[in-house]
Design a protein around this ligand. Sequence first.
Ligand code: ZN
Length: 219
Amino acid sequence: MFNVIRTQPAPASLAARRSYSDGDVIIELKRIFFDKCYICETKDPLSLNVEHFYAHLDDDEKKYDWDNLFFACARCNNIKRHHFNDLLNCTDPAINVFRAIRHLPPVTPFSKEIRIEATSVDERSQRTAELIRKIFNDDNTGNKEVTGVYLRKRVFHQYSRLLRHINTYINEDSLPAERNDALGRIKNMLGDDQEYSAFIRWAILDSPALLAEIGVDLP
Ligand SMILES: [Zn+2]
């Protein structure tokens, strides 16, 4: 997960309380969520949509509340629905959602499970980890085209890019320019705006020597 800075005021169309997914809402959500699903971090313009953090259950206060509107993919939206109403809020600046949920990347594209762990025992962290675990490991929910198998492969491909850059950076036969380029790419992959950044950031965070070597600060 990644933190999002919610802009204010709310997009103008919400005031009319006719639609919560007009163009101005979509454009602003897309921008502040870096065009990523806030749960699985997939960038997929065909499936990203407006999601209610607290299920609205036809309550207009929740339905058109800008603070309750999140950007999520169809699959995560479908799995979460009204079943997970007590998650960590990534738009709350007081919560570091990245540190709260440890994401361990798959070892191969065919790994049958991805490990997702809460780093503390509070209810919201536990429930958030439970949902993310379900998203990446459950192959029988939601959209048939996008399954846990598909997501695990996508995460692996991103992770394998990181490994390639790390190899270039540490290989003794790399040229200075190649090492420099690899370092820039590693740093770039750690950005909140990058796909599956939680997996990439945890991979680096779990390697303190590398973290010190590349000299980045992971909040
Ligand atoms: Zn998603």
